[in-house]
Design a protein around this ligand. Structure first.
Ligand SMILES: [Zn+2]
Ligand SMILES: [Zn+2]
Length: 295
C-alpha cells in the first residue's frame, strides 16, 4: 500500500517526519511519500501591507510566520525557503535508514502561481526529488487570491458564481498541467466539494479537458481522500475519464496527522474500480512507473 500525499511539521502537518515513518511501518504502508507544502505567494508583502484595502485580506496571515523571498513570500502553511535544504536532506538520510522496512519518497506539494512558477520549479529542482504534486489552492481575485479551501471564500456566492469560480480553478489547474513541470495533479475536484456544488454536471466539460491535459502531458492524478471518511464523495465522471484515457490514478490521504494515513484507501479502491481506472503509478527521481491496479 502506498501513500504519496502527507504533510509533516516541516509545513502544516501536526506530526513529525519520524512519527510518520514509524506509523507507516506499523500500518502496513510499503511506500510512503512525504509531500509538504511549498507555497510561495508572488506578491510583495511589504507593498501589500501599505495598501489599506488589502489589510483585511492580510489579517489571516500571521506576519511573524511569513518569510520574504525573491520569488514572493512563503505562506503560513508552507515550508520556509530557508528550511528547504533541511527538508530534502533529512528525508534523504531517512530513506537510507529505513530502506529495509519502508520505501520512502521525497515529494513536495507545490502551489501553482503563474507569475513565479518557473522560478519556484527551478528552485525545487536543485534538490533530490522523486515527484512534484502540482496544486492550485488559490484563484486570483484582483490584486489578491481566494483560497479554495477557506469557507469565507464562498460567503455570498450565488450558485452560478460558484460554478464560474470552480471552472476558473480547473482552468488554472489545466494551465499548470500544460507547463509540464509537475507529476501528480493534486485534488482536481476539491473546489467542487468545499461548498457543495448543486449541479456537478456543469463541470463535466472542464473535467474532460483536465483529463485530456493530464493524458497529453503523461502525468497522473490523485484521488484525494482528505476529510472525514463519511463525507468522501469523489466525482466519478472525472475518474471515468481517467479510466477511458488510461490515466494512472494514485489514492492519497493528504494526511496532516499520523492517524490520517491510509484514510479513504478501501473506499477509494472501490470507486476506482467502479470508474474503470486500470492503472496507478509510482515515482522515483521524477521517473514514472505505471502499474496495473489489482482489484
Ligand atoms: Zn492541497
Ligand atoms: Zn496536501
Amino acid at each position: 500500500m502506498l501513500d504519496y500525499h502527507t504533510h509533516t511539521t516541516f509545513s502544516d502537518g501536526k506530526d513529525t517526519l519520524d512519527s510518520f515513518i514509524q506509523s507507516a511501518i506499523e500500518n502496513g504502508i510499503t511506500e510512503l511519500g512525504i509531500s509538504d507544502h511549498y507555497a510561495c505567494v508572488p506578491k510583495d508583502i511589504i507593498k501589500l501591507k501599505e495598501d489599506q484595502s488589502l489589510s483585511e485580506k492580510l489579517k489571516k496571515y500571521d506576519p511573524t510566520k511569513l518569510e520574504i523571498t525573491k520569488e514572493g513570500f512563503c505562506d503560513g502553511y508552507s515550508i520556509k525557503k530557508s528550511v528547504l535544504k533541511d527538508y530534502f536532506s533529512e528525508i534523504n538520510s531517512k530513506k537510507e535508514e529505513v530502506k529495509d522496512k519502508l520505501v520512502l519518497k521525497i515529494g513536495i506539494e507545490l502551489d501553482y502561481f503563474p507569475e513565479n512558477w518557473e522560478n519556484v520549479i527551478s528552485l525545487i529542482n536543485k534538490y533530490p526529488i522523486d515527484y512534484i504534486i502540482g496544486s492550485v489552492h488559490n484563484n486570483p481575485e484582483g490584486d489578491w487570491y481566494k483560497h479554495i479551501c477557506y469557507p469565507d471564500t464562498y460567503i455570498g456566492m450565488t450558485d452560478n458564481e460558484y460554478v464560474e469560480f470552480a471552472q476558473k480553478n480547473i482552468e488554472l489547474i489545466i494551465d499548470m498541467i500544460n507547463t509540464g513541470k509537475s507529476h501528480i495533479v493534486a485534488h482536481p475536484e476539491c473546489v467542487c466539494g468545499t461548498k457543495k456544488m448543486k449541479d456537478i454536471s456543469k463541470m463535466y466539460d472542464h473535467f474532460s479537458a483536465l483529463a485530456k491535459a493530464v493524458s497529453d502531458n503523461d502525468m497522473c492524478i490523485e484521488m484525494n481522500c482528505w476529510g472525514p471518511e463519511e463525507n468522501l464523495d469523489p466525482n466519478l465522471f472525472l475518474y471515468k475519464e481517467c479510466g477511458r484515457l488510461n490515466i494512472p490514478v494514485i489514492i492519497t490521504s493528504d494526511a496532516h496527522f499520523i492517524t490520517e494515513l491510509r484514510r479513504g484507501y478501501i473506499k477509494g479502491m472501490k470507486w476506482l474500480k467502479e470508474a474503470g481506472v486500470k492503472y496507478t503509478a509510482t515515482y522515483d527521481k521524477c521517473q514514472k512507473s505505471v502499474k496495473e491496479i489489482k482489484y
